[in-house]
Design a protein around this ligand. Sequence first.
Ligand SMILES: Nc1ncnc2c1ncn2[C@@H]1O[C@H](COP(=O)(O)OP(=O)(O)OP(=O)(O)O)[C@@H](O)[C@H]1O
Ligand SMILES: [Mg+2]
Length: 360
Amino acid sequence: MDTLDPNVKLVDYQGESPDEQALVYAAAAYGFMLIERTSGHIVIDIQGERQRFNVLGLHEFDSDRKRMSVILGCPDKTFKVFVKGADTTMFSVIDRRLNLDIIRATEAHIHAYSSLGLRTLVVGMRELSASEFEQWHSSFEAASTALIGRAALLRKVAGNIENNLIILGASGIEDKLQQGVPEAIESLRTAGIQVWVLTGDKQETAISIGYSSKLLTRKMTQIIINSSSKDSCRRSLEDAVLMSKKLTMFSGDTHTARGSSGDGVTPVALIIDGSSLVYILDSELEEKLFDLASNCSVVLCCRVAPLQKAGIIALVKNRTADMTLAIGDGANDVSMIQMADVGVGISGQEGRQAVMASDS
Ligand SMILES: Nc1ncnc2c1ncn2[C@@H]1O[C@H](COP(=O)(O)OP(=O)(O)OP(=O)(O)O)[C@@H](O)[C@H]1O
Ligand SMILES: [Mg+2]
């Protein structure tokens, strides 16, 4: 890869996701260049000096923890766990008594980054004592070789070590829209297809990307539902139904609210997060959400887990004779693509799982 200095060529990195590639390139730009990565070790050129870190274990990302971690044996003979993940789950495993100023500053940075539409990650770390390392090591070995319930055992081992972290900071990475996305969303909407966007992203990021992809417009009134209990969810849904009726009736005919035509209608955008959907999906509140969504021009669901994406499709499928169409590009879209009447998988930078699951 070329840099501004013609004498310097960076290594061409391949990664599991575009985020990871971006992080490695950014580190290299600051003088921490990844030289070698095998399953057992990492070599990094740190400002001209090569250092070797042993990779002693890796706890993969899953959508419950929304974070991942690696246990490293460092050149100074210490053992450290490094964790990165979504802000919400990371802040619950960061020790707030340490570096409170940095924690507060990081919270402000994350808010600023995500409002610009950047994807954010929080990074934390902790040094392990020798006995703690030994304990982790034996439970990790046992879980990794278990024949039954391996994934759940590994998640438990991860949960036991990913705690009391020192905050290291946060990153904000641009998630470029693929070419033609705003146009595609616009044509779907002009064709009278009601568009719902289901994303794992943070709410602020999702809203900002909603504008750049033309899902959201300045003309729309946003109804936002972020609830942390079933009761408050029910109340928010009921209030929102009234409000959406008022907004769409105020300007005339409710039926025109669904399409993008209908002069004088105040279009309503419903924005709802995955924590609220926990109380709605598979409960009597589904009906209320459906009523509300029917009054809205667009629906944006953020921080939704892969199975929730499928749950939302099922909610719509069970209540209308309309066809559902799901389009996705990641492994986290597979269950949604399979649930929809028509499933489309886009082959992009996130691998081929979505394509393999599609109806083609
Ligand atoms: N490999 C990873 N390491 C650490 N954190 C991750 C990793 N992958 C995802 N995350 C965090 O978990 C969140 C949810 O991830 P998920 O893959 O479900 O959705 P997403 O990529 O954000 O959005 P979309 O659903 O639009 O693809 C991400 O926003 C990010 O904060
Ligand atoms: Mg993704």
